[in-house]
Design a protein around this ligand. Structure first.
Ligand SMILES: Nc1ncnc2c1ncn2[C@@H]1O[C@H](COP(=O)(O)OP(=O)(O)OP(=O)(O)O)[C@@H](O)[C@H]1O
Ligand SMILES: [Mg+2]
Length: 235
């Protein structure tokens, strides 16, 4: 029995267009244990979002293996899994948070959060309970019937976090979740993420903020598509 959740082995991602080839990720090997809160840092264009998209199986590596351990301890190579099974994997295990919230404009906050349960089984009553529980966790329940444009940026991001966690994912992937927020709202989002991590969720967060990275349990530095440092932090 191991508590390794993720094992990336020599992950490379090339982007090819007509005559240009970009190496967005080069030979990234990285293991992440269940319960870690990893901050990924590095300059613009170094490959952070590409790495997060590979971790989220939105993007497939050009070469390398991506082993993911399920609850039963069995590992699967997501780099070689069919699209159909990847969709199941995402629905069952992953929650995504983006810099620009990505809420659907013409759905209410409640309905937006409900999207996090798409492709998941469950009766209506238990779905409602899950949605209300997620809204309570991020303090957005009083805005359930509002539409995204009626909310502040901080409230929108908290609703997006509720959507990410409503299915109780074991892995939360966040790409600059505080990038569009002021200091106070950014701090609130960090507090929520730390709370989710204490509750057992593994979190991988891309950030440009050193003070936010300092609140994670490990910092991983990327430069020109390569992993240059991985340092556990004493909190
Ligand atoms: N779809 C794509 N097609 C071609 N090249 C791409 C594509 N997506 C990313 N790249 C290139 O891959 C490299 C890494 O991009 P990526 O978006 O991962 O950087 P990043 O570290 O997230 O940057 P930022 O901090 O600005 O968000 C860049 O050189 C980028 O131009
Ligand atoms: Mg990016």
């Amino acid at each position: 029995m191991t508590d390794t959740l993720i094992d990336l082995q020599k992950i490379t991602r090339l982007y090819r267009s007509d005559d240009v080839e970009t190496t967005a990720l080069h030979n990234i090997s990285l293991t992440i244990k269940r319960g870690e809160f990893v901050a990924i840092m590095g300059p613009s264009g170094c490959g952070k979002s590409t790495l997060l998209n590979v971790l989220g199986t939105i993007d497939r590596p050009t070469s390398g293996a991506y082993l993911f351990a399920n609850e039963d301890g069995k590992s699967h190579d997501l780099a070689r899994m069919s699209e159909k099974n990847l969709a199941k994997h995402r629905a069952r295990h992953l929650g995504f948070i983006f810099q620009s919230f990505n809420l659907v404009d013409d759905l209410t906050i409640y309905e937006n959060i409900e999207l996090g349960l798409l492709y998941r089984d469950g009766r209506k009553g238990s779905r409602r309970q899950a949605i209300e529980g997620a809204m309570d966790k991020v303090g957005i329940a009083h805005r359930a019937r509002h539409f995204p444009h009626q909310l502040s940026g901080g409230q929108q991001q908290r609703a997006a976090i509720a959507r990410a966690i409503v299915g109780q994912p074991d892995l939360i992937l966040a790409d600059e979740p505080t990038g569009n927020l002021d200091t106070e709202n950014g701090a609130q989002v960090m507090d929520i993420l730390k709370g989710l991590n204490k509750g057992g969720a593994t979190i991988i967060m891309v950030t440009h903020s050193q003070s936010h990275a300092d609140q994670a349990t490990r910092q991983v530095d990327i430069l020109d598509g390569q992993l240059v440092a991985s340092v556990a932090q004493v909190l």
